[in-house]
Design a protein around this ligand. Structure first.
Ligand code: GLU
Length: 288
């Protein structure tokens, strides 16, 4: 490896991987190869209810079968380990504390259902892709600052008012999102004791020295949220490259529930990775 490029693939082991994941990870690998850089495999196994070791092992096995390779990861080791997020709690707690001391986050006892219900109320913003946490529910500034641990509560990031987040995506070009219109106060810590995705991914991408994040374009709004976290934590953000999502013939986005399209099922059915990478499905939506 002779370049500063460091990419990563970061599956969540809540099910077997499908062709859509494989395509995103393949693009991530090609970009790392083209830059003469390094690719890291990170197992995002934080959700204690939904993540299962058999899916984590399955992801490695299926991606290896598919032809992906990486230079650092749970199966090969490396200098930035551990490569399973469940073994990185100390780093996440340190970031939680930094955000809490800086007054960026507050404890919140409202459920997801409460937020969804509030967002259905008349006058709520219908353009938002997901329910916006009502500003009127925010506690006064500074509330929660005295806590020394997350203490079995949800914690949310207070997004700045009237603030536009802009970044240049490697594929999509200039992107912009408006705080409190496109997304509201978001979770950084969960009451079951683990960091929320947004926080864990920022802490780990920074700690692992990732220079470019390649992931599906369903996560564009997450990128905007994560840029706020980079700022609050005083970390340098990476570059971003969002891939198109793979759709099935009915135009539906592939999801883990489409069992027939898991890499596992495709393999058992006798498909070969090279053929899958030449199929029309594979090329659908790719610009070049
Ligand atoms: N674990 C996340 C997922 O599977 C990774 C997203 C990301 O690449 O940041 O959706």
């Amino acid at each position: 490896m002779n370049s500063a490029y460091r990419g990563r693939i970061a599956p969540t082991p809540t099910g077997y991987l499908h062709l859509g994941h494989a395509r995103t990870f393949w693009i991530a690998m090609e970009r790392a190869h083209a830059a003469g850089g390094c690719l890291i495999f990170r197992d995002e196994d934080l959700d204690p209810q939904r993540c299962k070791p058999e899916f984590a092992e399955g992801a490695i096995e299926d991606l290896r079968w598919f032809g992906c390779d990486w230079q650092e990861g749970p199966d090969v080791g490396g200098p930035s380990g551990p490569y399973r997020q469940s073994a990185r709690q100390a780093l996440f707690l340190k970031a939680w504390k930094q955000l809490k001391d800086g007054g960026y986050i507050y404890p919140c006892d409202r459920s997801r259902k409460d937020v969804a219900r509030a967002a259905q109320a008349p006058h709520s913003d219908e353009e938002a892709a997901e329910p916006i946490y009502p500003e009127s529910w925010r506690p006064p500034l500074g509330q929660g600052c005295e806590a020394t641990t997350p203490g079995g509560r949800n914690w949310r990031f207070r997004v700045p008012d009237e603030y536009r987040i802009q970044f240049d995506d490697g594929r999509l070009g200039p992107c912009a999102f408006e705080c409190l219109r496109d997304f509201g106060d978001f979770l950084v810590w969960r009451k079951d004791g683990v960091p929320a995705y947004e926080l864990a991914v920022v802490v780990d991408d920074a700690a692992m020295g990732i220079s470019e994040v390649v992931r599906g374009e369903d996560l564009l709004i997450s990128t905007a949220r994560q840029l706020l976290l980079y700022g609050a934590l005083g970390l340098e953000p990476p570059e971003f490259y969002h891939t198109p999502l793979l759709c099935d013939t009915a135009g539906q986005r592939l999801a883990k529930r489409n069992r027939s399209l898991t890499l596992r099922e495709l393999r058992v059915a006798g498909h070969l990775p090279e053929q899958l990478r030449q199929s029309d499905d594979w090329w659908s939506g790719l610009d070049d």
